[in-house]
Design a protein around this ligand. Sequence first.
Ligand code: ATR
Length: 278
Amino acid sequence: MDHYALIGHPVKHSKSPLIHAAFARQTQQELSYQALLAPLDGFSDTVEIFRAGGGRGANITVPFKIEACSLASRLTGRARLAGSVNTLTFIDGDIVGDNTDGVGLVRDLLVNLGYQLTGRNILLLGAGGAARGVLFPLLQTRPISLTIANRTVKHAHELRAAFAPYAGQTAFTAGGFDDIVGWDFDVIINATSASLDKEPLPLPADIFAPDALVYDMMYGSGDTPFLSWARMAGVTRLSDGLGMLVEQAAESFALWRGVRPRSASVLSRLRHKLAPKD
Ligand code: ATR
């Protein structure tokens, strides 16, 4: 049997073992997938012990995605651009680092939510690791415009500058939350970690185009604070990041096993499991 793992800190509440077990059953692949808690100062040791014990690959989560980038002996182009790695594959002597978060987000938007991105105006909130990880695949969908807005304006400008060579015909801009006053967006994606603190973002309430989709890369049981804010502002198309989680897992699974699982049924079962009970 081939062994895989999720390595992070914490990992206890992760849904990844459930998702990969469901993919394995569905595609009749014999594999194990476990959650491995790495000490904060022991990421590379944890990877090495797992690999030496016959591990074939691992997903990497908070707070090790950047460290995984340096640990990899080879990086895919999208991992290099993202500056972070969420998927390691052990091939002979090599540790190959990839990043499937961005394609996971785009697949969730396009396939699961059926929302076309080409020709749309996208607002990406945040300029940290999560935002960096999804920028390249978002630009590849050829939106009319992509705007990065962030609390620290300098971070937004730095991120824009790093990805400007890949913008093509897209009007690609960056600024602070005040700079988007009076603008309309079709797709608004929260890639900040603000939901974790339950602090509302200081955003103007009139930034939604008709039929706008508001997406939070976080997920939980019921609306995240960001989605509650958008709902209060009258938006009806809302999604949390559970579909992104399932899609990035499907992409990792396909990389490792050479077979793409059908994600829709896994997503709907997970959604049902997470639904608030009254
Ligand atoms: P991650 O890997 O989750 O992206 P990160 O790299 O630390 O984590 O980035 C966190 C992002 O959330 C940043 O864009 C941060 O804004 P700053 O660049 O100004 O720090 C944003 N963020 C975190 N807490 C926030 C808050 N309370 N309000 C607004 N933005 C916040």
